[in-house]
Every structure is written in C-alpha cells, then in structure tokens.
Design a protein around this ligand. Structure first.
Ligand code: ADP
Ligand code: MG
Length: 256
C-alpha cells in the first residue's frame, strides 16, 4: 500500500513516441508530474499537444516509451497489457465526454459493471450506494435513453467511483452538456473532491479549469506551466450534503 507521503501519481521524464510509417511522432517529450492524494487538477492544452496521450498513460491504457510512472508508489511503466488492465480495473475510474453507458441496461446495471467479480448482492448494494452518492437514488431502474444528459453523466461518474478508485480521470466530462448541466457535474466533482477523491480533468474549457485548484498546461509534448505552487484561488467545496463514502475495497473489478 502507499506510504503517507507517497503521491498518487509520479511521472519522471516520461516520453511517448508513435511510429507512423517512416516517421516518429514525439507526443510526449519528457514529462515530470506529481499528483498528491485529494488534488483536483485540470490538464489543459491546444489540440495535438499531448493531453490524450498523457491521459492514456495516467489511466494505464498505454505505457510510456521511456521514463517512469509510479501509481501509488508502484512502477507501472513496464507492465504487460493484462497487468495494466488489472491495475486499471482496480485503481482508476474513467469518465468520458460521451458517457459510454450501455444503452439497454439500467443505471444500476451500468454501475454494477466494474464489479463483475463480486457476488450479485454486494454488487447491487454498492452500485445503489454509488448512485445515491451522485444524487440518482430515484433513477436506478432508468435506462440511459430515459435520462437527461446530466443524469447520464452522473451514472457514468457513479460507475467510475463504484470500485473506490485512487484516481478519477475525466476526459472533457462537460463537453456534451449545456453550460448549466456542466456546472452541476463540476459541482459534483467539487463535492467528491471535498470527500477526498483525487480527480484529474482533461479539458480545453477555461471555465472548467477555473474550478480546479491546480492547472497543468501542456504544449508540444511538454508541461508548459503548472500552477501547483501558486496561491490558492479556489475555495474548497462545502461539506457534502450526502456523504456516503465508498470505503470498503472489493476484489478485482473488471478492467475497462
Ligand atoms: P491532444 O489530446 O492534446 O489533442 P494527443 O495526445 O492526441 O493530443 O496527440 C499528441 C500528438 O501525438 C499529435 O501530434 C498526434 O497526432 C499524435 N498521436 C496521438 N496518438 C497517436 C497514435 N496513436 N499514433 C500516431 N500518432 C499519434
Ligand atoms: Mg485529445
């Protein structure tokens, strides 16, 4: 397990290169990044700067070409695809711009999905708890088509949280929502942050980044700026109204 001072994430001189025919694209050119537990951080940068590549590495969807990636003190840079899948399924929760819910399944079934290795009753109970946590206690039997965009994204957040991940990774989580609904999702992130969740949001929207305590800007595969040391401008969220912590850990949820 992680030591007290161990950051959730430590990247050291991480590079990523893609071979495209004869050419080599240098998507990341030496990234150093440290993210502590309970940070709420935005990664920003122009298109093509390397945000998705960085996100894929942070989320254990891909490995660096060189450098080290320590997730909770554990070096994951050299893991095989199946080992990575296990780390991912166990320690990371993903939220996507397009929600990525199973359309024919109820909210409850969608949220149960990462817990395939638990028994049915435990799964159901934890999924219900996660849905309550995102304010959807009364929508558990609804299918995605019977919910609004904001509600769908809440289901996706519940699914990302149900296995109690050490890192919640969100890629443009408000990109498909109108601004008021987007605000509500950001309120939810602020609430989860106040409950201790570590959250990284990839976004190109300044409004979204403004809600984060720390903004890391990426350009040409490098970190251009990181205001981790700047004065706090963001007020910590108020104590959550409905704190029902998902504290118990479970055995092997399914990899994404
Ligand atoms: P962003 O998410 O900031 O738009 P990306 O990480 O997607 O940036 O891309 C960074 C650079 O790497 C770009 O030049 C892009 O064309 C290239 N790239 C990304 N993924 C691949 C890939 N799978 N194969 C080849 N080149 C890629
Ligand atoms: Mg991208």
């Amino acid at each position: 397990m992680t030591g007290r001072d161990e950051p959730v994430i430590r990247l050291e001189r991480v590079t990523k290169e893609y071979r495209v025919g004869e050419e080599t694209v240098r998507a990341l050119r030496g990234v150093d990044l440290r993210i502590e537990a309970n940070e709420l951080l935005a990664i920003m940068g122009p298109s093509g700067s390397g945000k998705s590549t960085l996100m894929n590495i942070l989320g254990c969807l891909d490995v660096p070409s060189s450098g080290r990636y320590l997730l909770e003190g554990r070096d994951v840079a050299g893991l095989s695809a199946s080992q990575l899948a296990r780390v991912r399924g166990d320690r990371i929760g993903f939220v996507f711009q397009t929600f990525e819910l199973l359309p024919r399944q109820t909210a409850l079934r969608n949220v149960e999905l990462p817990l395939i290795y638990s028994d049915a009753r435990a799964r159901r109970a934890r999924a219900a708890e996660a849905l309550r946590r995102v304010g959807l206690a009364d929508r558990m039997e609804h299918r995605p088509s019977q919910m609004s965009g904001g509600q769908r994204q809440r289901v996706a957040v519940a699914r990302a949280l149900v296995h109690d991940p050490s890192l919640l990774l969100a890629d443009e989580p408000t990109g498909n929502l109108d601004s008021r609904t987007g605000e509500q999702i950001l309120d939810l992130f602020a609430e989860l942050h106040a409950q201790g969740q570590t959250i990284v949001i990839v976004t190109h929207e300044p409004d979204v980044a403004a809600r984060c305590r720390r903004v890391v800007r990426v350009r040409d595969g490098r970190i251009e700026s990181d205001d981790a040391d700047a004065e706090p401008t963001w007020e910590p969220a108020r104590a959550p109204v409905s704190a029902s912590p998902l504290s118990h850990r479970e055995e092997r949820p399914c990899p994404w």
